[in-house]
Design a protein around this ligand. Sequence first.
Ligand SMILES: *[C@@H]1O[C@H](CO)[C@@H](O)[C@H](O)[C@H]1NC(C)=O
Ligand SMILES: *[C@@H]1O[C@H](CO)[C@@H](O)[C@H](O)[C@H]1NC(C)=O
Ligand SMILES: *[C@@H]1O[C@H](CO)[C@@H](O)[C@H](O)[C@H]1NC(C)=O
Length: 399
Amino acid sequence: MRATHGIFAALSAGFSLSSAAACSKQGLLLVSSYPFESSPGEIVKGGVTTLKLGNKGLEQVGEISSICGTNPSWQTLVGGDQYYCINENFDDGPGAFTSAKVNTDGTLAFVGNSSTPGGPVHIALFGENGERAITSNFASSSLDVFNIEDPAKLQSLDNKPFPPRADSNTITSRPHQAVVDPTGGFVVIPDLSVDVLHIFNIDQTALTLTELPAHPFGNGTGPRHAAFLKSGDKTFLYVIAEKKVSILGFEVSYGTNSLTLSEKFNIRTDGSENAPAEGSSGAEITISPNNRFLTVSTRNETTLEYTSVADGTKIPSDALNTFSIDPVTGELTHVQSAPAGGSFPRHFSFNKDGSLVAVACGGENRVNVFERDVVTGMIGKAVGERVLTTQVNHVIFKE
Ligand SMILES: *[C@@H]1O[C@H](CO)[C@@H](O)[C@H](O)[C@H]1NC(C)=O
Ligand SMILES: *[C@@H]1O[C@H](CO)[C@@H](O)[C@H](O)[C@H]1NC(C)=O
Ligand SMILES: *[C@@H]1O[C@H](CO)[C@@H](O)[C@H](O)[C@H]1NC(C)=O
């Protein structure tokens, strides 16, 4: 179970505001949320919310959608309007994988669904035309592979279970994400509790997965998410460690049907030499669309402050830390600690050209959108903010 499930925030649920700042940026955002305990014993069901960014900041479009169930944890958008989401359904039983069309106003129209093993937290697509999807089933320690060629008929083809830790079989596997490499020939899966990166070879004709030797991490690292970067003739992999609150950098080597990693560095998520704050945890890691910057979010370190553009209220804020990437060595140089706009930024994402960043702050059910300078990588002023009634966990742009 994640740290922030069911926390009772001091802010009353339903309190919403939108930025009055004039904003030339227009767009739609899709936000998934867990349920929220608005007052003791009162649970507001989770779902997917559409937000519209415009002159009045962020406004909600329509009602919260339950087509992904009431505990959706991840969303994937393909080609502008083909949408996929998963229901983590952490309280009981199997999860669900749903496909939908995004209407022009940003609302969702159900297309198809299938059940998954318990607790899926991520969707990855593979195949030249994205014919297959992988769900990372955190709670049930496995991957599922789906045929998604017909989005109305999501068909489970394969399940890859992961064993517990070799040195402690009561510690079960927690696959948190599946990341396809730039060649499309491999997929890596950070396992939060077994402290390995599972590696699979993708047969790009048969669209099947074959497991290769895993890459081990130090005990208690907690690899959560990862991002590949192809730079010139080199490939780098960056992994965020939830438990050690660090970023590990690797150079990737390819052999015949093999992918191996050599570690280049292991640094704190804020680029400092300081020990991580007690109770803090690494969350998301994303490379900018122009491949020049890497940004990470850290939960529960609340070193910064965010000032609401709507009314000037100041709230404690976790950070989004940005690093520039040396294109030759893959080394990172810290360039900015920017307020995430609240606490527990489990997920954030860039828009297509990298000029905006949207952040899901689960601590206050808050979604923030900031301007971003694509040349310097610096995150700038807030152009939209909104507090939802549910515990936000993931936000993407629909462009
Ligand atoms: C699929 O969607 C239908 C219709 O909304 C719903 O009744 C069913 O529970 C969903 N299946 C799963 C596995 O969630
Ligand atoms: C790794 O940590 C687990 C507890 O998290 C412990 O049970 C195990 O003995 C440790 N293994 C090593 C090699 O230190
Ligand atoms: C946040 O950190 C504090 C200590 O700084 C800790 O007491 C608390 O349990 C943490 N919260 C969560 C939800 O992990």
